[in-house]
Design a protein around this ligand. Structure first.
Ligand SMILES: Nc1ncnc2c1ncn2[C@@H]1O[C@H](COP(=O)(O)OP(=O)(O)OP(=O)(O)O)[C@@H](O)[C@H]1O
Ligand SMILES: [Mg+2]
Length: 330
């Protein structure tokens, strides 16, 4: 048994695009290094996110793992099966969602689509029907099961594309921007589904949405220009760039600033008074530890009642900016 569901070693992909400006000119060749010696290990049952800006190489990596694109060099295995030499074994254990609503049949109903693709995965007719209804139920689409896909909304179609990736109950899921372009309720539905129903699966997903990566992923690989810049839990990545946290506290009454500034590890403290209350901002290297002590102190200060408090950490976008000099969401 392999502990790692996905093992990627020195994986590179160079695309050569050719262009001829006019028939009299020679063909121009342009090389693009979509992936540069990528290494990544994904343990079984984990959700990994691939986060990076446009053109970073995310889709290329997903396509290589999905056996749809051949790498220039390096290797990748899924559950021990090599994506090149053992591609049919790989295809049997992966579910791929590429977010293309055109990849299902618009003239067929939601259920007919899932039954059709289920049959391609060699499910019997009865199994395919049962599985289709199970998935339509999980997606909240049972009442639309007999509706032609062309009459469904974009979000509903995307749910069917997503359900199709789950038909054969694969242990590994490759999801390329599963929630892109979905309205917030549909996106939340899908994320909840990943969190609740797919706990035992190994998932690699790409996204532009920082909060999605933060919410769903055990670990995140930050990718830029074909290179993995850093891998870690969302918390670890933020720790890497964290200079300090700021603690914001809104209260009735006014704090004793001398006592606040005297607390150990306080870097700075300022207060803005506003009708009967105050907003206190304290900075420190470890905000959570200090927040506890500041709150205790305020609790013991006569006339003060804390209404709200928040510790502001760096965002994943701050991490990305620090590592690459550019933002993910330009
Ligand atoms: N078939 C191809 N031929 C030539 N170049 C390609 C091909 N596919 C991708 N590329 C190039 O490889 C690089 C990586 O593209 P890729 O689609 O993997 O990025 P991505 O991270 O998925 O971006 P996005 O966030 O926009 O989806 C880009 O520069 C892209 O133009
Ligand atoms: Mg892409």
């Amino acid at each position: 048994m392999h502990d790692m569901a996905i093992e990627i070693r020195n994986l590179s992909k160079r695309f050569i695009s050719t262009k001829r400006r006019a028939i009299v000119f020679p063909v121009e060749r342009k090389a693009v290094d979509a992936l540069r010696s990528v290494n990544l290990d994904i343990p079984r049952g984990r959700v990994y996110g691939l986060l990076g800006p446009n053109g970073a190489g995310k889709t290329t990596l997903i396509k290589i793992l999905a056996t749809l694109v051949i790498p220039t060099s390096g290797t990748a295995t899924i559950m021990g099966h090599d994506v090149l030499s053992d591609s049919s074994a790989v295809r049997a254990i992966i579910g791929v969602c590429q977010g293309n609503e055109r990849s299902i049949y618009w003239k067929l109903s939601a259920r007919e689509n899932l039954v059709f693709f289920g049959r391609l995965y060699r499910l019997t007719k009865t199994e395919a029907k049962e599985r289709a209804d199970e998935l339509l139920g999980q997606m909240g689409l049972l009442d639309k099961a007999d509706e032609k896909v062309e009459n469904l909304s974009h979000g509903m179609r995307m749910k069917i594309v997503f359900a199709r990736a789950l038909l054969h109950d694969p242990p590994v899921l490759l999801l390329d921007e599963p929630t892109q372009g979905l309205d917030p309720t549909f996106a939340t539905d899908l994320r909840r589904h990943v969190q609740k129903e797919l706990r035992d699966k190994t998932i690699l997903l790409t996204t532009h949405y920082m909060h999605e990566a933060d919410m769903l992923c055990d670990k995140i690989a930050l990718i830029n220009d074909g290179e993995i810049k850093s891998v870690g839990t969302p918390h670890e990545l933020k720790e890497e760039v964290r200079d300090y946290d700021s603690i914001h506290i809104i209260m009735r009454g006014v704090p004793d600033m001398t006592r606040i500034r005297a607390l150990e590890e306080v870097l700075s403290a300022s207060v803005t008074e506003q009708d009967g209350g105050a907003e206190l901002v304290v900075t420190a290297r470890n905000g959570y530890d200090l927040a506890r002590r500041v709150l205790n102190l305020l609790h013991d200060t006569p006339g003060v009642r804390v209404e709200r408090f928040e510790v502001k950490e760096p965002t994943l976008d701050d991490v990305f900016l620090k590592l690459t000099g550019r933002r993910i969401e330009d």
